[in-house]
Structures are given as C-alpha cells and as structure tokens.
Design a protein around this ligand. Structure first.
Ligand code: UD1
Length: 417
C-alpha cells in the first residue's frame, strides 16, 4: 500500500510537460483488436490502468508491450474472446472490450467492469447499444455473454451522453455491416481521438465531437500509428495545485481549449492565466476568492473529474463556493477526507458547499478514488505542516510520475511503497 508524505507550504514553480490522456488511451487500446492489425501508439502514459489493459490484450492472445510512452500491439494472434472477472474489475474501461470483441469475433464473455466508486455505474447503455446492432446479450450470474453472427448497422439512441457507451458503440459499429448512426453521443475530446484512431484502422466514421456519430463502413488496414492527445484532467490538476499553493507554473504540450471551464473558474478565483494553443501559464498569489457555482456537465461543460481537484484548490478561497455534481450520484467521498485538513464543507445530496478557511493543517487521509486522491494531494500541498496520504495507489491509475513531477516543481513529497 503506497503512502505519500507531504510537507505543505511550498509554492509550485516551473514548467512541466503534461502526459498523454488516460481516458483517450484506454478506449484506443481496447479498439486495437477490432481487426487483425499492428498498432503503434505514441504518448501513452505509464499508468497502472494502461498496464492492466495490456494484460487483457495479452490474455486475448495479442502481443502488447509498452516501452516508456510507446505501445506496440499486434492483434493478429488474437485467439480468445473471454476476459476473466479479476481483469474486468481492474477498471471501468475494460467494458470497451465488449464492443471490440463482438466486432472481431462475434462473441464475448466478460463480467461487469470495476473502476472508481462514484455511486451506481450501470452498463445498461452499453448493452442496449450492442442489442441495437443485433447482438444477443445474456446475463448469467456475474457473467455477460454477447453474441452476434454478424453485427448489423442500426440506429443507437443514447438517452444520456455516456462517454463509455458512445465509445463502445463506435467501436462495435466498425464490425457491423451497413451504416450505424449514434445519436445523443458524448462529445469529449477523447471521443474525437478515438475516431481519429478508428479512421487509421480503416473505419469510415464521422461526427465525433458532435452529438451524432456515423459509422458507414470498415476496410481494415494492416497497420495504424497514432499519437494520444494530452490529458486535460492532469493539466487541470497541476493548475489547481499551483493555484492553491500561490505558485507560478507553465504547462507545456497541452491543448488549452480542452479545459477552458476550469481556466475560467481559476481566473475568477483571482489567478492570472495566459494560454496559447499548446501551453498554459498560471500564477497565483495564493489569496483566492470563491467562485460562482460549479456544476458538472458532459463536455463542453465542467468535467466531473475536475470537481474534486477544483474543490481542493478552493478550500481557502474567501467566501462560499457551491458545487453541484450532476454526472455521478455519489462523488463527494473526498469531502470528508478534505475536512480532516480543517476544510469547512457541507454536503446535501448532490450539492456541496465550501466555505473558505484561513488555513489548512496537515492531516492523515485515505485516498478515496483516483481524482479524490489528487484532491488530497492538492490540499496537503497547501496545508501547514505534514500530511500522509494512505492508499495513494489510486493516484497511479491516472497520474504518471506525479510525485516526481510535483517535486520538480518544488513540492516536498516523499513516497513510501
Ligand atoms: C468516463 C471517464 C471518467 C469520467 C466519466 C464522465 C473513462 C475511462 N472514464 O467514464 O473518467 O468521470 O466518463 O465524464 O473515459 N451511465 C448509465 N448507464 C450506462 C453508462 C453510464 O447510467 O450504461 C451513467 C453513469 O452511471 C454516470 C453517467 O452515466 O452517472 C456518466 O457515465 P459515463 O459517461 O458512461 O462515464 P464512463 O464512460 O464510465
């Protein structure tokens, strides 16, 4: 069990490169099996979720290797369409193998996926999407078996723009005959990146980034090369950490247009932000103000993944900030841990109110989930005295060399494995 020890109070200063996006890389890794091909991916972050996905690919018979930030996959040797429960439960995105293996093999045996505990996380929209393409889906105890001799293109109407269900539908539709139209699709940048990769694999697909995505054919290519987009949530985390510590940092290799709402809130809180297309610089004197209410929404709205980290950044902001969580039904677990630092937070259902306090004091807390863990790091960096974050392994699921990068920006962090 990893424990992070942080001595708070240091300003973050300097420049840092932002890693590739976890949430773009994971669907692309799953999609790599839809045809017999070789894939070379660049800018893949070194994370435990990526290693778990590569393990699934090897379980399926593929060659799957990561060297630094390059990943090579050879899916020509795929010889299995079953994913064991233990592998499915490592993360939520394992469910994307449902669409990918149906497209490739016409059959898949798996179980419900795992992932951060943020309330109920059903997969009904994924299953309905497979059924809309003509697959039969049987649930036998904890096992889910999907079959389709040949998927048939159709209309998939998503009642909510689920990111994963949109991705699963796009991936499965590549194996279907005829045209598939997905309406009510999620519009996240990671979905656009998946479309780019599917095109390189041979898909005729358009519309990603809007709420209607159309897949009209697939002529498999033997090789696809792709560079993963930068991680907008990791970029947001560094900005929040700099804001909370009165720091001055420049993020490089980002697409600043993909986290404008976060920049807007930090700017309203009193931070100076200068962004160009590929970089963002934030400077803060550490004296922040509360902001207008923060409501999480599907992209391009304020992302639910950035809610815990913005909350952590505003714990000392003068005044009252209201947060409303409209994506997940239980995403305030981090709040009780943040209160251990002396934060003043009240939770009422899907709303949290934060009253800024003068100072935070070091505490021992337990990382609740991936972004909750990052929020605790931000609180610890801006607290007086020393803090310990237990169960920090959650953080490694989404942040590459986070402790090392924060240290290079001036943070006082020691990691105990
Ligand atoms: C993805 C992201 C995650 C992010 C989330 C919302 C990845 C690997 N993960 O998760 O970091 O927090 O988008 O931006 O990309 N829902 C259903 N039925 C379904 C599917 C979803 O009711 O079949 C509900 C969920 O319970 C949740 C909401 O839809 O309340 C959003 O979930 P979804 O967009 O699917 O998130 P994920 O793809 O799981």
């Amino acid at each position: 069990m990893a424990i992070w020890h942080i001595n708070g109070g240091n300003r973050l200063e300097g420049a840092c490169f932002v890693q590739g996006s976890k949430n773009a890389a994971l669907p692309i890794l799953a999609a790599s099996v839809i045809s017999a091909n070789e894939t070379d991916l660049l800018n893949v972050p070194q994370l435990s979720d990526v290693s778990s996905t590569l393990r699934i690919l090897r379980q399926l018979g593929c060659t799957a290797e990561q060297q630094n930030n390059d990943v090579y996959i050879d899916s020509r040797s795929l010889n299995c369409c079953t994913i064991p429960k233990g592998m499915m439960e490592c993360m939520r995105s394992s469910v994307l193998f449902m669409g990918a293996l149906l497209a490739r093999c016409g059959e898949v045996h798996l179980t419900a996926p795992g992932g951060c505990k943020l309330g109920a996380r059903p997969i009904d929209l994924h299953i309905n999407a497979m059924r809309s393409l003509g697959a039969s889906v049987e649930e036998n105890g904890c096992e889910i078996i999907c079959r389709a001799e040949k998927l048939k293109g159709g209309r998939i109407e998503l009642p909510f723009p689920s990111v994963g269900a949109t991705e699963n539908a796009m991936i499965a539709a590549c194996g279907a005959s005829g045209e598939t139209v997905i309406t009510g699709a999620a519009r996240e940048p990671e979905i656009v990146d998946l479309q780019e990769y599917l095109r390189k694999l041979g898909a005729y697909i358009s519309g990603a980034g809007t709420s209607t995505v159309t897949v009209s054919g697939f002529v498999p290519e033997r090789h696809a090369g792709h560079r993963i987009i930068p991680d907008r949530i990791v970029a947001s985390t560094f900005l929040c950490a700099a804001a909370a510590t009165g720091g001055d940092i420049e993020l490089r290799g980002v697409d600043s247009r993909q986290f404008l709402r976060l920049q807007h809130f930090l700017n309203s809180a009193g931070c100076d932000i200068i962004s160009s297309k590929r970089s963002v610089r934030l400077s803060s004197d550490g004296h922040l103000n509360a902001v207008d209410s923060v409501v999480t929404e599907p992209y391009p709205g304020f992302p639910t993944d950035a809610q815990p980290i913005l909350m952590a950044a505003l714990l000392k902001a003068k005044g009252k900030t209201k947060f409303r969580e409209d994506i997940f039904d239980s995403r305030f677990c981090h709040a009780s841990q943040l209160m251990r630092f002396g934060a003043d937070i009240a939770i009422d259902g899907r709303e949290a109110t934060v009253w800024g306090v003068r100072s935070l004091k070091g505490a021992t807390v337990s990382s609740t989930d991936l972004r909750g863990g990052a929020a605790m790091v931000i609180a610890a960096l801006s607290a007086d005295g020393s803090s310990s974050i237990i169960d920090a392994g959650h953080i490694a699921r989404g942040y590459e060399l986070f402790d090392y990068k924060l240290r290079s920006l001036g943070a006082d962090i020691f990691t105990e494995i």
